[in-house]
Design a protein around this ligand. Structure first.
Ligand code: ADP
Ligand code: MG
Length: 448
């Protein structure tokens, strides 16, 4: 029956998605009501659950002729992937993550939110309101950033913190989309009064992705009243949006000015160290052993989005466990190529970078790879490190090794120095970008 389900997925999914997420998934337990799917790791489970749950339900309904409870078991193995079948160490069934009433997911905590320059303020503010809901000047607290940088994580983190510290507090997490859909349904069913009362009694309202309210006038109106009511009672309100409030077109001015009346903080994309730390924490929390070199490799290529960062790791793990392949640089590169596009990688090596820099900065190749510390040479070497990190698949370790036998922290420092200099020196920036363009093959997509 499960192979019929697999056929169902195969028919409906792109080949790549099927292979990554379903090929090789087995059933570990089957009763008349429950089916337990055996997945290689926590990530895999979360991915199936968040992206494919409806499809899995639909397949089961068709094949089994009735709905079933779907659970997952993770096979944790610290041995090589190709030895998994005989070396099962631990199997545990994961409880569903979302709590029905509060809509909180226990996996989003302050504890597993890695702090970096880009999100420090947002985290500190979130923590303050979680500790003293409604009693800080940060009401409402509004967190904004482009997608995938941890807004939902923080919002949920606030809720999870509060329900643990203040068990009697009524915390409500809600996406703006759900708010709107529930409201529309209420109108259809002639229950708008009931709807208006639904959230009146909460002590803390966590509303995610408010940009959804753009151009939805009735919904905005409805929310405006709820906002005022909660606010007047001193209840804590936290909101997120994907852009600063003053750029929220299609939102009524009076709503926007309410949003702006507390504290607004943004989240900026994480720097390299933060990205590495996030991946290491993930790997650790999920009991995964991934070589540091590979974590660093992924972190240096995926820059703007934590979700994508995690997604890359998920894909790498899925690939490794489904095909029983070791996690190697080669596999990592394969996966990154799929995500970023092959062109992003073709051919650029540290040697190419060294040649270009040598030509442009009139420093010999030997000087670049040597240890000399004369200023022009050191500067050119730093730029070579920066471009190697930007353009090649080499790890920081290897870049350091090639360019003066330095360690990876020197390379990180060099990249930062160059980035900073580029900010203050337009000529330099242009020069570096020109070389970057020269080095990248024609028609290639930009990696970032
Ligand atoms: P947003 O709501 O801004 O689009 P999310 O909160 O959904 O972003 O974050 C995307 C993913 O990245 C989530 O799995 C989240 O746990 C993770 N994430 C984002 N920032 C961090 C961080 N600083 N530390 C750990 N995980 C993070
Ligand atoms: Mg979000």
């Amino acid at each position: 029956m499960w192979s019929n389900c697999l056929a169902y997925f195969k028919e409906r999914l792109p080949e790549q998605a099927y292979q990554t997420w379903f090929d090789g998934i087995a059933v570990s337990t089957l009763t008349s009501e429950e089916i337990v799917l055996q997945v290689p790791n926590q990530f895999h489970y979360e991915w199936l659950e968040s992206k494919y749950r409806h499809l899995i339900d639909a397949a089961i309904k068709e094949v089994f002729d009735k709905p079933m409870i779907v659970n997952y078991s993770v096979v944790v193995s610290h041995k090589k992937p190709n030895e998994i079948p005989s070396l099962v160490q631990k199997e545990n069934v994961i409880p569903p993550g979302y709590q029905e009433k509060t809509q909180l997911n226990s996996r989003y905590l302050f504890d597993n939110f890695i702090e970096g320059k880009g999100n420090q303020l947002a985290k500190a503010a979130s923590y303050s309101v979680a500790e003293k809901p409604g009693q800080t000047p940060f009401n409402p607290l509004l967190i904004y950033s482009i997608t995938g940088l941890g807004k939902t994580h923080l919002l949920q983190g606030i809720g999870n913190f509060c329900i643990r510290r203040y068990p009697s507090m009524r915390v409500q997490y809600l996406t703006s989309e759900k708010f709107m859909l529930d409201f529309i349904r209420a109108i259809q069913e002639n229950k708008s009064t009931e709807f208006a009362n639904t959230y009146r009694g909460v002590d803390m309202l966590l509303l995610d992705d408010v940009q959804f309210f753009q151009n939805k006038e009735q919904t905005q109106e409805q929310f405006f009243h709820l906002f005022n009511e909660l606010y007047q009672q001193g209840k804590q309100i936290v909101l997120t949006t994907d852009r600063p409030p003053n750029e929220l077109t299609g939102l009524k001015d009076r709503l926007v000015s309410r949003f702006q009346s507390g504290l607004m903080v943004d989240i900026q994309p994480p720097d390299l160290e933060t990205r590495i730390a996030i991946l290491m924490k993930k790997a650790h929390d999920d009991h995964l052993e991934i070589p540091f070199e590979i974590i660093e490799y992924i972190a240096s290529h995926i820059k703007r989005n934590v979700r994508e960062l995690e997604g890359t790791m998920v894909r790498l793990l899925a690939r490794s466990s489904l095909y029983r392949k070791d996690i190697t640089m080669e596999l990592a590169r394969e996966v990154l190529e799929e995500i970023l596009g092959k062109e992003a990688f073709i051919g650029v090596t540290i040697d190419h970078v060294i040649k270009s820099i040598s030509r442009e900065w009139k420093v010999s190749e030997r000087q670049l790879v040597g240890k000399g510390r004369k200023m022009e040479i050191a500067m050119a070497r730093q730029i070579a490190m920066y471009l190697s990190r930007e353009l090649t698949a080499a790890s920081l370790f290897n870049i350091g090794l090639h360019l003066g036998g330095r360690d990876h922290s020197t390379v990180i420092h060099a990249c930062k120095t160059v980035e900073k200099k580029m900010l203050g020196d337009n000529e330099l920036k242009k020069r570096i970008l020109r070389i970057k363009k020269e080095l990248q093959p024609v028609g290639s997509v930009s990696i970032y």
